[in-house]
Design a protein. Structure first.
Length: 227
């Protein structure tokens, strides 16, 4: 799933979040937008999966789904307010009609001790703000290319950025390592259950828009889990 800085699933920015004690805190707010020229229903699934990976299970959604072009069989834009199971609130939006946004998969997390922001069009950079008393009180741009950053031991010296193609090398590396038993698919790769959960949320967004009401998410238990 092509959804982040180095793949799989936006792992590099997320790993920096998890590995830094200053950023391990209760998540209060989350915003994610996918504004680019692809089908909104397709990009929405990427956004939902990434939101689940970064913040956790989504418990409820209130969404507005619209198709603007005549005779189109898919949605052109989705706006959703979501509540996560852990208590955080957030927004997810997706559209194929944002002119000028070529591949703007963007997300921002606001927590107790820090905030993070990422834009796929600048995939080697992470915006970081820490509540550490810095008088500048603004985001700092971190070039995520140091040798101790996730995945970077496979690439160039610090400061030598990578591109879209290299992200698929990371996907293949993760896949082959999982096949060889070196690590599991989760959490840095999407599992079949992750795909199912994203589909449930997509369906709930459509129901919410059609019914004009908030939808609670009910995940069905997989047969193998129930056995």
């Amino acid at each position: 799933m092509a959804t982040g800085a180095t793949e799989p699933r936006g792992a590099r920015p997320a790993l920096l979040l998890v590995d830094d004690d200053a950023l391990i805190a209760e998540t209060l707010g989350f915003a994610l937008g996918t504004d680019f020229e692809v089908l909104a229903c397709e990009s929405r699934r990427h956004a939902i999966d990434l939101a689940h990976f970064l913040v956790g299970d989504i418990a409820s959604v209130s969404a507005l789904v619209r198709t603007f072009l005549p005779d189109r069989q898919v949605d052109d834009a989705v706006e959703a307010a979501v509540e996560f199971a852990a208590g955080a609130v957030g927004t997810i939006e997706s559209t194929r009609l944002a002119l000028g946004r070529r591949n703007a998969l963007q997300w921002e997390i606001n927590a107790q001790k820090a905030s993070l922001a990422f834009d796929m069009e600048r995939m080697n950079e992470l915006q970081v703000f820490r509540a550490d008393g810095d008088r500048a009180r603004g985001f700092k741009t971190v070039l995520v290319s140091e040798t101790d950053h996730p995945f970077w031991e496979h690439w160039w010296p610090p400061g030598h950025i990578i591109g879209w193609g290299e992200t698929f090398v990371h996907e293949l590396h993760h896949f082959l390592g999982a096949v060889a038993g070196e690590w599991g698919v989760a959490p840095y790769g999407a599992t079949f259950e992750d795909g199912y959960r994203a589909a449930e949320i997509c369906d709930a967004m459509v129901r919410s828009s059609e019914g004009g009401r908030r939808e609670e998410i009910a995940y069905r238990q997989l047969a193998s889990s129930a056995a």
